[in-house]
Design a protein around this ligand. Structure first.
Ligand code: PLP
Length: 375
């Protein structure tokens, strides 16, 4: 049944490369010929341009988004005995880094509209050991930053934005990453701004934090072979920086395409009681890293799409409080009902700047036939 039909993937990175191949090859060649492969000019330029893009004072490249988060916790001196509040409905790395620095991840259920941490439930989770909140802007949808920043201020907590899926997303006209104390980006290849390998970046407006992370990401050194603290080796690769400079140039065009595709889905997908489409709130600019729908018969629709040559994905099938690696925290099924329910019902449809209107129409009609019960 599937065989001679075309396949529509979740993302098509080679199609994206075809568009920008020439400048990418030129930039990579420049790095090759420069003889400067670690902590060179391309990385510095990218740090400056990404910081400018999100309107932050400082930018600093890291090896990946996970390290960006971990370095942020380290710079805030968060470790054993400390608690960090975050969402159970995110990629594992968000909570992993909290455990990695020896602190305790404390989960708070999500809001069913945005899939992000529910601010009204944060205060009940704050204890005398709480040091920070890691806010995730899942799928490119911004969390309720106004309420979260107010709670953080009232309780003297730091806010780290896990903006790994959300570069360019806005809240009240401000780009994410520069709203909290530190913002973390991932340039994993499939992210909205993706390298051709691993890469990440932090932004902040605080000079002291920037300097701390600057030292920490390069073995805690302030001058060559002088090590003031225990750090990491987590530097942004010069080749990836060069590629990202080209891709940053196209970022707004690609984000615009994503938003158009999302709008087209929302306008054309059959919106009845059986399916929930992603809402976009007025004061937020959603960049649609993923276009997620919710329905009871999620697994049946997944199979149906697969049979028709259409890829789909589940982000995320298991909330973090139910992950084996975090069993030691003693959370149980039922602790975060919204995250648990969402994990059973959510699925992502293909969305990428390269998705053709023709392919999208085919996806829409296939989903609509299923939702109407004709198939
Ligand atoms: C991708 C991602 C990360 C980790 O980024 P890497 O670059 O893969 O290390 C962290 N948090 C979220 C929400 C992500 O989507």
């Amino acid at each position: 049944m599937t065989n001679n039909k075309k396949q529509i993937p979740m993302v098509d990175l080679t199609a994206e490369l075809a568009l920008i191949r020439k400048p990418v090859v030129e930039m990579v060649t420049e790095v090759l010929d420069s003889g400067e492969y670690i902590l060179g000019e391309k990385g510095k330029q990218l740090e400056k341009l990404v910081a400018q893009y999100v309107d932050a004072t400082y930018g600093l490249g890291t090896a990946n988004g996970t390290d960006a988060l971990q370095l942020s916790l380290m710079a805030l001196n968060i470790g054993p005995g400390d608690e960090v509040i975050t969402t159970p409905f995110t990629f594992f790395a968000t909570a992993e880094v909290i455990a990695q620095v020896g602190a305790k991840p404390v989960f708070v259920d999500i809001d069913e509209e945005t899939y992000n941490i529910d601010p009204s439930k944060i205060e009940a989770a704050i204890t005398k050991n709480t040091k920070a909140i890691i806010v995730v802007h899942l799928f490119g949808q911004v969390a309720n930053m106004k309420e979260i920043m107010a709670i953080a201020k009232a309780h003297k907590l730091r806010v780290i934005e896990d903006a790994c899926q959300a570069i360019g997303s806005e809240y009240d006209g401000k780009r994410v990453g520069a709203i909290g104390d530190i913002g973390c980006f991932s340039f994993f290849p499939s992210k909205n701004l993706g390298a051709f390998g691993d890469a990440g970046l932090i932004v902040t407006n605080e000079r002291e934090l920037y300097e701390k992370i600057h030292s920490l990401h390069n073995h805690g050194s302030s001058a060559t072979y002088q090590h003031a603290t225990i750090g990491m080796n987590s530097r942004l690769d010069e080749f990836q920086a060069a590629i990202l400079l080209v891709k940053l140039y196209y970022l707004d065009i690609f984000l615009h395409k994503r938003k158009e595709i999302a709008k087209r889905y929302t306008e054309n997908l059959n919106n009845n009681d059986h399916i929930k489409l992603p809402p976009v709130s007025e004061n937020r600019e959603h960049t649609f890293h993923q276009y997620c729908i919710e329905l009871e018969e999620r697994d049946k629709l997944t199979a149906k799409l697969k049979n028709n040559g259409i890829a789909s994905a589940i982000y995320y099938p298991v909330p973090l409080h139910l992950q084996k690696a975090l069993q030691y925290l003693h959370y149980q099924e039922g602790d975060f009902p919204i995250a648990e329910r969402t994990a059973k019902r959510i699925m992502a449809l293909p969305i990428s700047p390269m998705l053709s209107l023709h392919d999208q129409d085919y996806i829409i009609s296939t989903v609509n036939r299923f939702v109407e019960g004709n198939d």
